[in-house]
Design a protein around this ligand. Sequence first.
Ligand SMILES: Cc1cc2nc3c(=O)[nH]c(=O)nc-3n(C[C@H](O)[C@H](O)[C@H](O)COP(=O)(O)OP(=O)(O)OC[C@H]3O[C@@H](n4cnc5c(N)ncnc54)[C@H](O)[C@@H]3O)c2cc1C
Length: 370
Amino acid sequence: MSAVEDHDAAAARASAGSPATPPGFDPAAVAAEIGRRIGVKVVRNQPLARLTTLRVGGPADLYVVARNAFELRALVRFARSRDIPHVLLGRGSNVVVADAGIRGLVIAVRAEGSRIEGERYLAEAGVPMARAATETSAAGLAGLEFGLAIPGTVGGAVWANAGAHGADVAAVLESATVLTADGREVQLGPSELGLAYRTSRLKVPSGPSDVTPPGRAAAPTEVVLAAAFRLRPDDPAAIRARLDEIRRWRREHQPLGLPSAGSVFRNPPGDAAGRLVEAAGCKGWQVGGARVSERHANFIVTDGRARAADVRRLAERVRAAVEERFGIRLEYEVVFLGDWPADDEPDGPDEGLMDPPPSPLPKRPSEVDR
Ligand SMILES: Cc1cc2nc3c(=O)[nH]c(=O)nc-3n(C[C@H](O)[C@H](O)[C@H](O)COP(=O)(O)OP(=O)(O)OC[C@H]3O[C@@H](n4cnc5c(N)ncnc54)[C@H](O)[C@@H]3O)c2cc1C
């Protein structure tokens, strides 16, 4: 089989609205070279919407799957050595991919090796956090139960210092194996990684922390290859009970089953973004196929016809409403990847913005926060 596949339909869509690829970037030649040197299949013009939980966005010029840490390392080193713009994609659960797609190379992290060593859990970057939670709890180890709530990978979770239900990566991470910008491979602990509320030093390499600069691919300067978690033995029945409670809470409070990217905004100090969005009357607001969830105001959900621009425009509208009402400018928790129009509001008129249905103000932050 050829090392290069082409998606014609996606290519046609891409050429309609996508800026040119970077000068000197020859996708066919790069794809062939990756196939030859690293032995992995490269897909040209790969649609990305289905590879994200929000289900919107255009294609990647080149798309490749790293099935183990060796391939991940090799692909990142190759892209760096050729100055090829590249973006890592875990499970795509915290990103909004632009309708025009992503120029350069998208590397999907599917390195999924894992093992338990005593009270430690060792996982490659592509291990789903939910699997980390179930594997460790089955072994009678406590600490990673919150992973059940995170539909992303170990690498994405370290990048975000993901957390839920009173726990986060920082609390259980012993160290992450990181490929640094200068090509070294180092073990970094939580403080060296700068893990803090939903952030890490991996998250802010080259621009504003909340939004990828429009029109620029987010080439990661540092890449998580694997992580080691330090857990503690506990009664399996108690662990199971905590997992059940997480499942129950999520079913009750989150719009599960509908495409979303989780919380759109970070919680500002001392408050919950969801409470502010709800109190500003934005629940139920809709732009095109994107809607502020009725169940959790900090979630934007999409239907099959949604475009990434709908999501962005709706999020900006919500942001403006909260700022006008409370004087608080919410920061994004989701990241916008790929080729976005230069201004904050994507092109086009504000058609489709619907008035919110009347809703009572939420009483306690815990009602709307996860
Ligand atoms: C329904 C739903 C519920 C959610 N609930 C929570 C929650 O309770 N708590 C919470 O914290 N988050 C939550 N999230 C957000 C999301 O799951 C987390 O942020 C998760 O950690 C993202 O992981 P990912 O693999 O999907 O990363 P992606 O979305 O694929 O990528 C996010 C960013 O991380 C970078 N990245 C990915 N892998 C690596 C790597 N190996 N090395 C370096 N950079 C990398 C990417 O380049 C990208 O910039 C939720 C999302 C959804 C859809």
